[in-house]
Design a protein around this ligand. Structure first.
Ligand SMILES: [Zn+2]
Length: 120
């Protein structure tokens, strides 16, 4: 996956990721939408809407040289809702968070069983 930091033009791997160069992380809906538009993750209902890799690279270079990319406002607005969905918290992280809450009681239960078993 290829994505571009909309602020500094740095090439990163994930449109929702924090930029390692300028520290910018898309959080506002508009920023998420813009980040998605400037990435290879930009597809709607399985259809690729993004730009060619070469074009993304040249946009990245232009932003890096101080020329912000001129977004089509109508396109950004259309993508806002979609971007919210695509760049939401990944399921994997949700599962890990769930496990973190589940683990202590499970371990406590295991400990109780171990103690009971030991006493016999
Ligand atoms: Zn950046």
């Amino acid at each position: 996956m290829l994505a571009i930091c909309v602020r500094c033009g740095n090439v990163k791997r994930d449109p929702s990721a924090r930029c390692p160069v300028c520290g910018f992380r898309p959080q506002a809906s508009m920023d998420k939408a813009k980040s998605l538009i400037l990435s290879t993750a930009y597809e709607v209902d399985g259809e690729y809407r993004g730009k060619a890799r070469e074009e993304l690279i040249s946009i990245a270079q232009a932003i890096g040289q101080g020329h912000p990319y001129a977004f089509d406002e109508a396109e950004v607005r259309a993508v806002v809702t979609y971007a919210e969905r695509v760049l939401a918290v990944p399921t994997k992280r949700l599962v890990l968070d769930g496990l973190r809450w589940l683990l202590p009681p499970v371990l406590a239960l295991v400990a109780v069983y171990v103690v009971l078993f030991w006493n016999k």
